[in-house]
Design a protein around this ligand. Structure first.
Ligand SMILES: [Zn+2]
Length: 366
């Protein structure tokens, strides 16, 4: 007797449960319910919207729809696509997750499928050459206006520099690769390509806010900074593997928002606070972190408590947080209970993590 042909619905279910197809090919989100017929990958709905912006490369279809047999044959699956489109992704290159900003996710998709950057390494020169220069719009410190500034990133000097005047010999700022961080902050900067660059100067945190009107250019800058950090860390930590170094390249802030700082008869409302790594920065102005609290680990007698000591004065927000360090207490107040809970959980995550030897150098309050 002849075998009954399997229904296309059943074949599609088999495909979806095959190895590699249980997570979005582009952002790793579980249970993808869309596919790119032309690329043969299973993707999440958010990524399918980005695929629609490259219709000459990718034609998408929901897995809920009826599939033709020929379409099923074309779905090679995520592992096969990865072997082709991601064969030469540099270790430092940022692979976006579902929660990352649209800019990073869209440029990752375009880099893979439209520009084929990870099949031909010569296409990676903008971020892998060890040197990059160009103009970025930089937010002015005083009036908040964006001005075009020349930026130079040089791995040889281990620095990112920018110049106020095009013919200036001396850079306005030299940011050491060693302390550099970059994180996309589109909402905060008010531009889809907005990048916040943080660095240490004279042992305090400084921030600059930049963007480029071209999305690829901005993501290339971001990955060039990651490449420079990667090569710096390879020298600083000889013998450390990629899996140890890559999480150190750039980091997102754990939490950001407003807390009041309270103290004896003083109230300084409305600062932006960013505990990233082990620094809680109180930002009085956008560009300067004036005063930072170092957050150590519980083994080193750091604690975070809900509430404020009874004698505390001068705050009008009701939801207090006390950060206990070996030397003193820092008092903050949040506007809502939810904010208080979020902040405490962010601090606790930092405090629960044992300190690494190199972090002791940062143990210092300013
Ligand atoms: Zn996705």
């Amino acid at each position: 007797g002849s075998m009954e042909p399997k229904g296309s619905k059943l074949l599609l279910q088999e495909l979806l449960t095959a190895a590699g197809n249980d997570a979005c090919a582009d952002c790793g989100n579980p249970e993808p319910d869309w596919a790119s017929l032309t690329l043969g990958v299973f993707i999440c709905q958010a990524c399918s919207l980005l695929h629609r912006s490259i219709p000459h490369i990718s034609r998408v279809k929901s897995v809920q729809d009826e599939w033709e047999d020929s379409e099923l044959m074309a779905a090679g699956g995520n592992n096969a696509a990865k072997a082709k489109y991601e064969q030469k992704v540099p270790a430092f290159y940022y692979r976006p997750k579902h929660t990352d900003c649209k800019l990073l996710r869209e440029q990752w998709i375009r880099a893979k499928y439209e520009r084929n950057e990870f099949e031909f390494i010569e296409k990676q020169e903008p971020y892998s050459a060890g040197y990059r220069e160009g103009f970025l719009w930089k937010r002015g410190r005083d009036n908040g206006q964006f001005l075009s500034r020349k930026f130079v990133l040089t791995e040889r000097e281990g620095a990112l520099k920018y110049y106020n005047k095009q013919d200036a010999r001396e850079p306005k700022a030299v940011m050491k690769v060693e302390t550099l961080n970059a994180t996309f902050q589109p909402a905060k900067i008010g531009n889809p390509c907005g990048l916040q660059i943080t660095y240490l100067k004279d042992n305090s945190t400084r921030n600059i806010f930049v963007y480029h009107s071209d999305a690829k250019e901005m993501v290339d800058w971001f990955n060039a900074i990651r490449a420079a950090r990667f090569h710096y860390l390879q020298v600083a930590f000889p013998g450390a593997g990629d899996e140890e170094l890559v999480p150190k390249l750039t980091r997102n802030f754990m939490k950001e928002g407003f807390m009041e700082k309270t103290g004896p008869k003083v109230c300084e409302g409305g600062q932006v606070c960013t505990p990233s790594a082990r620094r809680l920065c109180r930002l009085y102005f956008d560009a300067y972190a004036r005063g930072e609290v170092f957050i150590g680990s519980k083994e080193n007698s750091y604690t975070v408590l809900a509430g404020l000591p009874p004698s505390t004065q001068g705050h009008h927000w009701n939801h207090g947080i006390t950060i206990v360090t070996p030397d003193r207490k820092f008092l903050f107040a949040c506007e809502t209970e939810a904010e208080q809970r979020d902040w405490i959980s962010a601090f606790q995550r930092v405090i629960n993590r044992p300190m690494r030897p190199q972090e002791y150098a940062g143990e210092r309050d300013t």
